[in-house]
Design a protein around this ligand. Structure first.
Ligand code: TXA
Ligand code: MG
Length: 330
């Protein structure tokens, strides 16, 4: 049977935002732009609506969702914040930071995979913020990709992946950051743990909290990780294109045809139809922004392998390399 597209893409006009807010209130799914990646949203207080997210993505219900709030007023509706959480919220929200905190009874178990904690973030994409204000409820939203595949950074990516499964997509243009949010576990405010690196770096967090942030130890994968995991985004096959990805500290070898080579910056003197770069000058924010779209594009082109050079330096390179390692791990 051929897949029948049902999704309609909406620009962020006042009329469309009103319509989409009512769809959310009625328990339907709406794909939304955020500054990190596109999300697949449902009313976070509506368990039946949130269950649809798992069905559309093919996501196991053991993998909890992130709840997105419009303002600090909504924070206490979904979690019990501590002083450390408020410090980070004041500095980095609205923005690409997710906090894991004890949940309130109002958040249904389907959202948190039955856990007593909930992941919360206040996004900064203006169109999504207007939608959140109009909907008047927090919305649960994982990235809008089929489980295990590369996250979407444009409305087109969402249509390509989920166009036959969902009805509504808000188009807010290409994602500005391009990598998923930083996730910090703050259940114990004295022992903050970085569960997923993102645009807010470990150093940013430590400077703001005035204490050390520990990196969640790498998982070994498989059934054991699935059982023991705290952030299932750490599953080894997350973010993988179908084409095998091979990582290099530095691409030095000669470039055979039929395999793609992706550099962080435009390489001198190696131009060929199978040579690509993420940012002309090797600017890391630009590289992060284009990483997922590039992996998707190369995945469609039928290369036998995708070779990628790891990012050097500080800050967002940790997040770029984290996603590359997961893309390579299959
Ligand atoms: O940037 C983002 O965070 C995007 C946009 C849409 O906001 N969302 C996103 O969601 O990346 P998702 O579902 O693809 O990744 C959320 C991660 C998962 O790895 C999940 O396991 C983790 O957050 N998570 C959710 N609730 C958690 C909890 N209570 N404790 C620990 N990890 C949690
Ligand atoms: Mg995801």
């Amino acid at each position: 049977m051929t897949k029948r597209p049902i999704a309609r893409t909406y620009r962020a006009t006042a009329r469309n935002l009103g319509l989409l807010a009512r769809r959310l209130q009625a328990g339907e799914l709406v794909a939304v732009p955020t500054e990190t990646v596109y999300g697949l949203a449902a009313n976070a207080f509506d368990a039946a609506a949130c269950r649809k997210i798992f069905r559309a993505k093919g996501r196991p219900t053991t993998d909890p969702l992130i709840v997105h709030i419009h303002s600090l007023r909504q924070l206490a509706l979904v979690c019990r914040p501590n002083a450390a959480a408020l410090t980070l919220a004041r500095e980095f929200w609205p923005g690409p930071l997710t906090l894991v905190l004890p949940k309130t009874p109002a958040v249904p178990g389907i959202v948190t995979a039955g856990k007593s904690s909930v992941a919360v973030r206040m996004p900064r994409h203006p169109a999504f913020r207007r939608l959140l204000a109009l909907a008047g409820v927090p919305v649960a939203a994982p990235s809008a990709n089929p489980f295990g595949y590369v996250s979407p950074t444009t409305a087109r990516h969402v249509v390509d992946n989920l166009g036959d499964k969902i009805g509504y997509i808000l188009d807010g243009g290409p994602a500005q950051i391009g990598l998923e949010s930083t996730i910090v576990d703050l259940r114990d405010p004295r022992k903050p743990r970085l569960l997923r690196p993102g645009a807010v770096s470990k150093k940013d967090l430590e400077r703001s909290l005035h204490r050390a942030v520990t990196l969640q130890p790498a998982r070994t994968g498989g059934a054991l990780a699935a059982r023991a995991q705290i952030a299932p985004g750490l599953l080894p096959r997350h973010y993988s294109p179908r084409t095998p990805v091979v990582l290099h500290a530095q691409i030095k070898r000669t470039i055979p045809a039929g395999e793609a080579f992706v550099f962080i910056r435009r390489p001198q003197g190696r131009q060929a139809s199978n040579v690509f770069w993420l940012d002309p000058r090797g600017e890391l924010r630009g590289a992060a922004r284009r990483l997922f779209a590039t992996l998707r594009q190369l995945d469609r082109q039928g290369f036998a392998k995708i070779h990628v050079e790891l990012a050097g330096g500080e800050g967002i390179s940790a997040a770029i390399n984290d996603r590359l390692r997961r893309a390579a791990n299959r």
